[in-house]
Ligand binder design. Structure first.
Ligand SMILES: [Zn+2]
Ligand SMILES: [Zn+2]
Length: 181
């Protein structure tokens, strides 16, 4: 019977493909390397088809895809961070100039709130009148020192803290306010 024959034939093909998958993969790879023009042409011709296939694959394997994305992101993350940092370092001046209007706009809006106005006044006063000590009052480090206001209505009551201890103070809500450099 022809139909039966076809079935057997299909089964045979399938099994053949399975057992020779590695071999044919390798062969395909070599062929692609030797025929870059044909590969290009094929890709161009089947662009829509490939897109559709990829979309379908992503839909059917969403978990796998998102996991793979995450993994590759994690692998590249340190590289991205380094790249970003290098860019910022090399273009600091340009970035600052570019952001200046935004900063000014932000400050304007920030000072519309009377509470923020008090904070800003305290900050400026302290900046002028109270010099930073040479070390953090809590952990005694000498790096990254900032002024911390315990109460903004006492603008001259200021401590010198390092960035780390400063953020801890604000996190535990001991000092009140947002930031008081
Ligand atoms: Zn400290
Ligand atoms: Zn503070």
């Amino acid at each position: 019977m022809v139909r039966g024959g076809c079935k057997v034939r299909g089964e045979y093909d399938r099994r053949y493909r399975e057992t020779h998958a590695k071999e044919s993969k390798q062969r395909n790879k070599i062929w692609r390397e030797n025929n870059p023009d044909k590969v290009k042409e094929y890709r161009k011709k089947n662009l829509e088809k490939t897109k559709l296939y990829n979309k379908k694959y992503r839909e059917q394997n969403s978990e796998k895809v998102s996991k793979g994305k995450k993994m590759s992101y994690l692998k590249k993350r340190s590289y991205y961070i380094l790249k970003q940092r290098r860019y910022t370092e090399n273009n600091r001046l340009a970035i600052n100039i570019k952001r200046r209007p935004q900063k000014r706009e932000y400050m304007k809006r920030y000072l519309l709130d009377p509470a923020n106005k008090i904070k800003e006044r305290a900050r400026r006063l302290a900046h002028r009148k109270i010099p930073l000590k040479s070390f953090c009052s809590i952990c005694k480090t000498t790096n990254g020192l900032e002024r911390h206001h315990w109460r903004y209505n006492k603008p001259l009551l200021v401590s010198t803290l390092c960035g780390k201890c400063h953020s801890i103070q604000h996190m535990s809500n001991l000092g009140g306010g947002n930031h008081c450099v």
